[in-house]
Design a protein around this ligand. Structure first.
Ligand SMILES: [Zn+2]
Ligand SMILES: [Zn+2]
Length: 359
């Protein structure tokens, strides 16, 4: 190779390297500016029609899962937002989906299993700081919710002081910290189906379900301008849920596949993990199979059934079919498996059910 060619090649390499290093930074800066322009201070709900919009902020279960947060469904009813359960990681999903924390009216806990409330501290914090609250967030839940909320507030007390000191009480309004508990307490199962929240066009009802040995576990029904959504919470197969859900547009029902959980248990037992095998043997008796959830949706006459709180969560498309088993044969409507980031929209006074994936 002659010297001239070598010189030219070295020059090209140097110039290319400089462009690569500084060009990348330039492209990165433009990408960041575009992202900021699109998201910061922009109402991500501005394009949504008036109606009910359900954010799947957590489709998982107590089993750790990199892709699925713990159980969480958030509902936007017109201008008002509600969160139903707040499992681990779910508040981050809500933020990523553009949920308007400043319009969060209340949180509801279906029951007090930890996987349904691990994110409660984070939710109260986001409602306070991102949501700009000056009164505590109303939190509806079964007896014991007061102890849970007290505990989270104690855990966050030090952080509260830091934030007020740093941002000032005009921004971190001291009165907006934490939660204010509204207990939902049905004295017996006779007093089923009851209104627990009413405001303008929004009605929220609760139904005690069967998740024994958990003392109180509720399903919720949210109604707004002719549209309705039912959230099962955790329950074994409960035919009364079909009556509660009668005529609902969409049912979000928990689901556990007993055969798959059985297989997991067998494998764990064969490998000497008796405790985990015992847990796998225990859990099918207080959850609902996909087929039974489909029966509930069929009897209720729902337009769509979305299975969430998936145990075990199918890790691939092929395995989703195994998880569903014969559920599709039991239900004439649309059957979906929830994924984090999914949004289900029900425009007011229509029959439409639209699915979208925001993440
Ligand atoms: Zn659960
Ligand atoms: Zn549970």
């Amino acid at each position: 190779m002659n010297k001239r060619l070598t010189f030219v090649l070295v020059l090209i390499a140097i110039v290319g390297g400089i462009l690569f290093i500084f060009g990348q930074r330039w492209i990165g800066e433009r990408a960041f500016e575009t992202a900021v322009d699109r998201r910061a201070g922009v109402d991500q709900t501005a394009q949504l029609p008036d109606g009910l919009h359900v954010y799947v902020c957590g489709s998982g279960s107590p089993m750790t899962d990199a892709k699925r947060a713990g159980p969480c469904l958030a509902v936007l009813a017109g201008r008002q937002g509600f969160v139903f359960d707040t499992g681990s990681g779910s508040v981050r999903k809500l933020g990523a989906m553009g949920f308007p924390f400043e319009r969060l009216d209340a949180a509801f806990l279906t029951h007090l299993h930890s996987d349904h409330l691990d994110g409660l501290g984070e939710l109260m914090l986001q409602a306070w700081i991102a949501g700009g609250r000056d009164t505590p967030l109303p939190i509806y839940g079964p007896p014991g919710t007061d102890r849970v909320v007290d505990g989270f507030m104690q855990a966050y007390e030090i952080d509260r002081g830091y934030r007020i000191a740093h941002h000032g009480p005009e921004v971190a309004r001291p009165g907006g910290f934490g939660g204010e508990v509204r207990l939902i307490d049905f004295p017996n199962e006779e007093r089923a189906d009851d209104i627990v929240f009413r405001d303008d066009d929004i009605v929220i009802r609760a139904l005690p379900v069967n998740h024994a040995p958990v003392d109180n576990s509720y399903a919720f029904r949210i109604e707004y301008k002719g549209r309705s959504v039912v959230i099962s919470g955790d329950t074994k197969y409960l035919p009364a849920l079909a009556r509660f859900a009668e005529g609902a547009d969409v049912i979000f029902h928990e689901a556990l596949n007993p055969q798959m959980v059985g297989k997991l248990g067998e494998t764990l037992a064969a490998r000497g993990n008796a405790d985990a095998a015992r847990i796998m043997a225990d859990i099918p008796d207080y959850h609902t199979s996909p087929e039974d959830a489909a029966r509930i949706a069929q009897t209720a006459g729902a337009k769509a059934l979305v299975l969430y709180h998936l145990v075990p969560a199918p890790p691939a498309r092929l395995i989703e079919q195994v998880f569903l088993g014969d559920a599709a044969d039991q239900f004439d409507g649309e059957l979906e498996l929830a994924e984090d980031g999914m949004m289900v929209s029900l425009p007011a006074n229509s029959e439409q059910v639209d699915f979208d994936q925001l993440l």
